[in-house]
Write a protein that binds this ligand. Structure first.
Ligand SMILES: Cc1cc2nc3c(=O)[nH]c(=O)nc-3n(C[C@H](O)[C@H](O)[C@H](O)COP(=O)(O)OP(=O)(O)OC[C@H]3O[C@@H](n4cnc5c(N)ncnc54)[C@H](O)[C@@H]3O)c2cc1C
Length: 465
């Protein structure tokens, strides 16, 4: 039970607000993107600034509360919230400041990628992020950041120049290549284990309009399309990005009614180079075979970033399984075609996101994100609005993963996993895990920040905690 007097004192110290179970806004404040997650925190501190974050960290420590950090609230496993603890909610911290001369953008910890893209596009620039604009900058960045510009500009962390952080003991630090380098290394892939990032500084690229959109092929051709894709995207020019998908065509424009609700395979392209070079980049694809449907055209970069927002609004049930993949063997492709042709619902899907090109030019020890030698981040998502479909989407995703996991690298992108335990986390960081453990022991020895893909500090690991 929380001491009400202390809670009242805490409320007086912050400029944001504090929401508890007795408040009318509690149900909306505790809700996260994945409706499968239904947690009831003891308190939600909706921080307005860095001072509030420091007060919240101090309060959580003094009251011995489990603490979750919430950025955009998108995490599949619900790692932006917790039961009975304190949620440090950053969603009110929305400042974005572009420096067009330095080609950088300064982003507050509660922004979504839509906030960032909107601000940077006004200057004809962008930094690489994910594929849905409502995803939080915080969680996506700290896990790595994979999206439409990965092959061109690298992972999001490859563009992170600096970050401001509040640590478990309440200290405030700035981390970067010349300051607190160990923490700077750790937060580029190591998630929210090391503190609360209140501000990010990213490098910007001259990405304004892009040539982008989907091409779809009949499922019967999926084997040949995957065989073509596995060679093509690894060798394509770095201006070209394209993720492969097993999908059900949504019953909406721009898709023709004849394709509505049809299970198909597809590639969603994003070409960030000059438009006149697109057909050159596509030349091998044009020689391969025509798609059944093509909707590739010039669009502003933020439009591409929001293209799937309507299909995936908050409040759906989501179940995630993931792996990193280096090669797509014929056997692996056969498993994909088998399970991909049994998508249980319209929203369920399997995506293969390329993590090569510019992302491969960074050494695997240079950041905590270790799988620089993988070619794809694979994700299988069972998704549906109806909670009654939970069992069917979960069992489909698990069966699919069981069939394809043997062809993966052993580890997965931490941002595409649910809460899957220590061994999966270790496998995802490989040789970088031990360094993460020692940095965790230095900056968060009591594992205060543990609602995340948790790296155990050395001391608690020894104690078997
Ligand atoms: C529809 C959808 C599409 C997605 N697409 C992509 C994609 O294209 N590419 C990609 O890389 N990922 C993608 N993801 C995965 C996404 O990166 C993770 O879900 C990520 O955790 C979301 O970040 P968030 O801030 O919204 O999450 P939250 O649930 O708010 O937080 C998740 C975790 O991030 C940490 N965290 C968040 N903010 C901070 C902060 N400021 N300081 C310290 N720790 C923090 C915390 O540890 C927390 O446990 C997608 C997710 C969804 C639901």
């Amino acid at each position: 039970m929380l001491d009400q007097e202390k809670v009242d004192e805490f409320k007086l110290t912050i400029r944001g607000d504090v929401v508890g179970p007795a408040d009318a806004q509690f149900d909306s404040a505790r809700r996260v993107y994945n409706a499968m997650i239904d947690r009831r925190p003891a308190l939600i501190a909706r921080c307005a600034d860095v001072g509030d974050v420091r007060q919240a960290v101090r309060f959580g420590r003094e009251q011995n509360l489990l603490v979750a950090i919430r950025g955009g609230g998108h995490n599949g496993g619900g790692l932006g919230t917790c039961d009975d603890g304190l949620v440090v909610d950053l969603s009110k911290m929305k400042g974005v400041r572009v420096d067009p001369e330095a080609r950088t953008v300064r982003v507050d910890g509660g922004c979504t990628w839509g906030d960032v893209d909107h601000a940077t596009h006004a200057f004809g620039m962008a930094t690489p992020s994910g594929i849905i604009s409502t995803t939080g900058v915080g969680g996506l960045t700290l896990g790595g950041g994979i999206g439409h510009l990965t092959r061109t500009c690298g992972l999001t962390i490859d563009n992170l120049l600096e970050a401001d952080m509040v640590l478990a003991d309440g200290r405030f630090l700035t981390v970067g290549p010349d300051r607190n380098e160990d923490l700077y290394w750790a937060i580029r892939g190591g998630g929210g284990n090391f503190g609360i990032v209140t501000s990010f500084l990213f490098k910007l690229h001259p990405v304004d309009m892009v040539s982008a959109g989907p091409m779809l092929w009949p499922l019967e051709q999926a084997t040949e399309v995957m065989q073509f894709y596995r060679e093509f995207i690894v060798n394509a020019e770095e201006d070209l990005n394209g993720f492969f998908a097993m999908l059900t065509v949504p019953p909406a424009a721009p898709f023709p009614p004849s394709l509505h609700m049809k299970k198909m395979c597809g590639i969603v392209w994003c070409h960030a180079g000059p438009p006149e070079t697109l057909e050159h980049a596509f030349r091998p694809l044009r020689r391969f075979r025509p798609p059944a449907f093509e909707f590739v055209g010039q669009m502003p970069h933020p439009m591409l970033q929001g293209l799937f927002d309507g299909l995936y609004p908050p409040g759906l049930q989501w179940y995630w399984k993931a792996d990193f993949v280096t090669t797509l063997s014929d056997q692996a492709i056969a498993a994909h075609v088998d399970h991909g042709s049994r998508l249980p619902t319209m929203h369920s899907s399997m995506h293969l996101y390329p993590v090569n090109g510019a992302a491969h030019r960074v050494d695997r020890g240079a950041t905590a994100f270790s799988y620089r030698d993988a070619n794809w981040a694979e994700v299988i998502v069972g998704v549906d609005p109806n909670p009654a479909k939970k069992d069917s989407i979960v069992s489909w995703a698990r069966n699919y993963w069981d069939a394809t996991h043997p062809f993966g690298t052993g580890g997965a992108y931490v941002n595409f996993m649910m809460d899957e335990g220590l061994e999966r986390i270790r496998a995802s960081y490989r040789e970088n895990y031990d360094r993460l453990v020692s940095i965790k022991a230095k900056y968060d020895p009591t594992n205060y920040f543990r609602v995340n893909q948790n790296v155990l500090p050395a001391a608690s690991r020894a104690a078997g905690a």
